[in-house]
Write a protein that binds this ligand. Structure first.
Ligand code: V47
Ligand code: SF4
Length: 398
């Protein structure tokens, strides 16, 4: 791996001693301490962070940049909890403003994708008593029976903690039942910020950081994979972000079950924290880079484009990100309701390939477990002129 860019930083006398010591650690593939992580956030220039994060990204993946073909199902947006950052949920007393799909209605949504080459369904939503262990177990069984190859990535420890408590079963027993019903993996939601100083103020009474981590640990011990998120850019400090990442890094050392870390930028429209300013794009890029540098035992860092916009997703690929998710249809409301620029988050495979090629990266469609579905490096689309990237100008018919 070419280290010339890192050597330049190592010899840059305008950088403080501790920042240069971190460059040496990256060269030696040594782990960063929590103090190092906080220092990166507080003092490192953006160009420095980009250089380190891109070095690590390219050592792991070269130019390869992943996306997948998935769709989201949100069974309900009514919720018992009252997270202050949530723009999406409706309280039970206002449930007539929301939706609560029955099992048949959810299956109808799944069946709408029957003729589409999607590989994953991502299921997550609000927490309500009728969505319990028997409901979700039956839903997973029906999806499995209807379309056996479709990967079911569903629910977070927020739902699992609630439904297992209600069923009076342990986390171990509950996750075993979900596995038997057909659950394939867990998405990364509900993590927010683990530190109780922040979690107690924003997470509306839902499961604690320890409970979130414990449920993922049990799932990993059953031989399965999951993702992890962090909701940043609200009332947390840099220390809280590093503490969050550190707990994830510790669990990953133990189980190796996490695939991807997904930083989620707090969006402030229509929620109880609308008075809190959103982070800048510079801050978002910084956050991706520090995540890539700190989480040495995570394979992938994902930028979720429906949340940060397509152009920031493109930039993030120079700051440690190697995955841009891949919602193919307008099926998630979480970010549109929170003020994202992406009011109709839908991108076709061609759009995703173009987005990645435009910043000179190598697009790969993956499945949920990062097996290659299609390598688009030299792929030519039938009507390809528009998809080669910025070098090809639109064809004008004369
Ligand atoms: O846990 C809610 C976040 C998460 C807001 O695993 C908000 O592949 C910003 O976890 N501003 C759910 N964020 C989404 C999620 C996810 C998304 C994409 C891919 C994967 C994956 C997981 O959305 C919640 C919460 O942290 N969220 N409201 C808001 N106003
Ligand atoms: Fe409910 Fe999830 Fe919204 Fe919290 S973030 S209020 S748990 S839907």
């Amino acid at each position: 791996m070419d280290q010339s860019a890192l050597n330049v930083l190592l010899n840059d006398k305008s950088l403080s001693e501790p920042l240069r010591a971190i460059v040496q650690k990256v060269i030696n593939e040594e782990r960063l301490s929590m103090d190092d992580g906080v220092l990166l956030f507080e003092e490192a220039p953006l160009g420095y962070l980009a250089t380190l994060a891109n070095h690590i990204r390219e050592a792991k993946h070269g130019d390869r940049t992943y996306f997948n073909r998935n769709f989201h199902v949100e069974p309900t947006n009514v919720c018992l909890y009252t997270c202050t950052f949530c723009s999406y949920s409706r309280l039970i007393k206002k449930r007539d403003e929301g939706w609560e799909y029955s099992l048949e209605e959810i299956m109808d949504i799944i069946k709408k994708y029957d003729d589409q080459p999607v590989t994953e369904v991502h299921i997550v939503g609000g927490v309500l008593p009728q969505y319990d262990v028997p409901f979700y177990a039956e839903l997973f069984r029906q999806i499995r029976a209807h379309r056996p190859e479709l990967h079911i990535k569903a629910l977070t420890p927020v739902e699992y903690h609630y439904i297992f408590k209600k069923a009076k079963i342990s986390y171990e027993e509950g996750m075993k039942q979900m596995k038997e019903a057909g659950l394939d993996s867990m998405p990364g939601g509900g993590a927010e910020i683990f530190h109780p100083e922040i979690r107690d103020q924003i997470a509306g009474g839902k499961c604690s950081g320890e409970q979130w981590l414990r449920i993922h640990e049990i799932w990993h011990e059953l031989g399965h994979r999951s993702n992890a998120t962090m909701l940043y850019g609200h009332i947390e400090s840099y220390y809280h972000r590093v503490h969050h990442m550190d707990l994830l890094r510790q669990l990953q050392d133990k189980t190796g079950g996490f695939q991807t870390f997904i930083p989620l930028k707090f969006r402030n429209k229509g929620n109880q924290m609308s008075h809190v300013d959103e982070s800048t794009i510079i801050e978002d890029l910084k956050n991706y880079a520090v995540s890539r540098i700190y989480l040495d035992n995570f394979d992938h860092i994902k930028a979720y484009w429906p949340m940060i916009s397509r152009q920031t997703a493109q930039m993030s690929l120079a700051y440690g990100v190697d995955d841009i998710d891949g919602t193919i249809d307008d099926t998630t409301k979480i970010y549109t309701m929170a003020g994202s620029e992406e009011q109709n988050p839908a991108m076709s495979t061609k759009d995703l390939v173009k987005l990645i090629r435009q910043v000179d990266r190598h697009p790969i469609e993956r499945d949920t477990l990062y097996n290659v579905v299609t390598d688009f490096k030299d792929h030519v689309f039938e009507d390809d002129n528009q998809y080669k990237g910025y070098l090809s100008l639109p064809v004008v018919n004369k």
